[in-house]
Design a protein around this ligand. Structure first.
Ligand code: SF4
Ligand code: SF4
Length: 445
């Protein structure tokens, strides 16, 4: 498809063009089978973990609340399958920690339709009332930070939101679940945008989509509301176009001041997948029990986008898609900002957008050479930081200087600097170590 001439491609400064490997973007979303046991962590979002309200041995129905939210900055958890609670115990999670989880033995003979819903009349609810009802469906951001969606949408005191930005950029290599959601669920996205605008008070929404997904642009265009409050802006295919700062700059030309949130410049951002789930589940009063996940990578025989029940163990997931015996590293999320995991017992949770499996060859660590001061990393950094200097200081463990003089906290760990470095210096890894050192020191002070 050709881009219509009137759609100028917006973008941000710097960034990189990695190899994208987006072949799964052409395949329709498929449904995944239920694993014999689902491992459902009580904390699948930023904020307070949910509180279990079921006991071992209790039968649960798909869609039933099995853990309640602990305050406004928390989310309830719904049973992803009909079955029986076999245990409530710690399991390994994508956070790298052991987290409490409800283990459900799935009834194999059950049809597994959603059996419990709690619909409300949404007409006439004001923004705060709608946010409270939205909390009940348990949706968290699907784009990485896993923020409870209702809490993210409520503007902080004194902030006026003029624009809801809808993130359809999906700039990470391999990931295509947002792409397929835009192609296949455009109506649900529009419904979700409508609810989100009511909660945050924004009079308009702009959907930012990279120009390598023009079939998604066409599908969204066909579903736009007639009143003109929602528009689509095509942005350049460039990494990290989908980061909050870069997409805000590309679409509105606004910068978030250092140390502030995007609400301070009148913006709230949500991901297309998040809003598709809000648009589908909120009118039904249905809890979140599954999500679309890209399963891909060179060591996967049947890559694609799958609707996966929450709590599905990665071992079951990878077996089903035919993970090859050569698979030696599994990454949750994209290859640039995702995390390598240490256990295949970790389950799929609300924030897992991708499961990528790589062989030894693709993840071999290259030899590191001294910095040649080429400046490639500076030219790539979308935050206009100085990775050269920060890298040199990190090697000497001068973490305070990195923070005080070179704005380490502004680095959002996109990995562009490491990607372009001809000396293969693991810059972003060094910056993560520095940040974690400073955080630990602050917490123990
Ligand atoms: S990882 Fe940090 S320093 Fe490196 S390019 Fe990204 S924002 Fe800049
Ligand atoms: S890209 Fe690597 S070699 Fe070049 S200036 Fe940056 S750290 Fe040094």
């Amino acid at each position: 498809m050709r881009l219509p001439f009137q759609k100028r491609v917006a973008t941000f400064e710097h960034g990189i063009h990695p190899e994208y490997h987006k072949e799964t973007g052409n395949l329709p979303i498929r449904r995944f089978p239920f694993a014999p046991k689902l491992y459902v962590p009580l904390s699948q979002h930023i904020g307070k973990p949910a509180i279990a309200i079921v006991t071992v041995g209790q039968e649960v129905l798909r869609g039933e609340v099995i853990a309640r939210a602990d305050g406004m900055f928390s989310l309830p958890i719904h049973a992803p399958a009909t079955g029986v609670v076999e245990a409530i115990s710690p399991i390994p999670c994508d956070t790298g920690e052991m987290e409490m989880a409800i283990v459900i033995r799935v009834y194999e003979a059950d049809g597994q339709e959603v059996r419990v819903r709690n619909p409300h009349n949404l007409d006439g609810l004001n923004g705060v009332e709608l946010a409270i009802v939205m909390q009940e469906i348990g949706v968290a951001g699907k784009g990485g930070a896993v923020f409870p969606t209702h809490a993210k949408l409520i503007p902080p005191n004194g902030c006026v939101i003029d624009t809801l930005i809808v993130n359809g950029s999906e700039c990470e290599p391999f990931l295509t679940c947002d792409h397929r959601i835009m192609v296949e669920r455009a109506q649900q996205i529009m419904a979700g945008i409508g609810y989100a605008m009511r909660v945050c008070g924004a009079p308009r929404a702009i959907i930012g989509v990279e120009d390598n997904k023009l079939d998604a642009v066409a599908a969204l265009e066909a579903a736009l509301p007639a009143d003109g409050t929602v528009t689509i802006k095509v942005v350049e295919t460039k990494y990290p176009q989908g980061a909050a700062e870069t997409l805000t700059h590309a679409l509105l030309g606004r910068e978030v001041p250092v140390g502030k949130r995007s609400s301070s410049i009148g913006v709230v951002m949500n991901n297309v997948m998040t809003l598709a789930y809000v648009g589908r589940l909120l009118p039904l009063g249905e809890g979140m029990t599954e999500r679309v996940v890209t399963v891909a990578g060179p060591a996967v025989a049947r890559p694609g986008n799958y609707i996966v029940p929450l709590g599905t163990p990665l071992r079951f997931l990878l077996d089903y898609v035919g993970a090859k015996s050569s698979a030696s590293e599994v990454i949750l999320g994209g290859p640039m900002m995702g995390n390598a995991i240490a256990s295949l017992d970790i389950p799929v949770t609300k924030g897992v957008c991708g499961v990528l499996a790589f062989g030894k060859r693709e993840v071999a660590v290259p030899h590191t050479y001294p910095c040649i001061h080429c400046g490639e990393c500076v030219n790539a950094c979308p935050k206009k930081l100085n990775p050269t200097q920060m890298g040199l200081l990190a090697a000497k463990r001068e973490y305070d200087l990195m923070a005080d003089k070179f704005f380490l906290s502004e680095c959002f760990e996109c990995g562009c600097c490491s990607y372009v470095c001809p000396s293969h210096i693991p810059l972003v890894q060094q910056f993560r170590v520095a940040k974690s050192f400073l955080k630990d020191r602050k917490n123990s002070a």
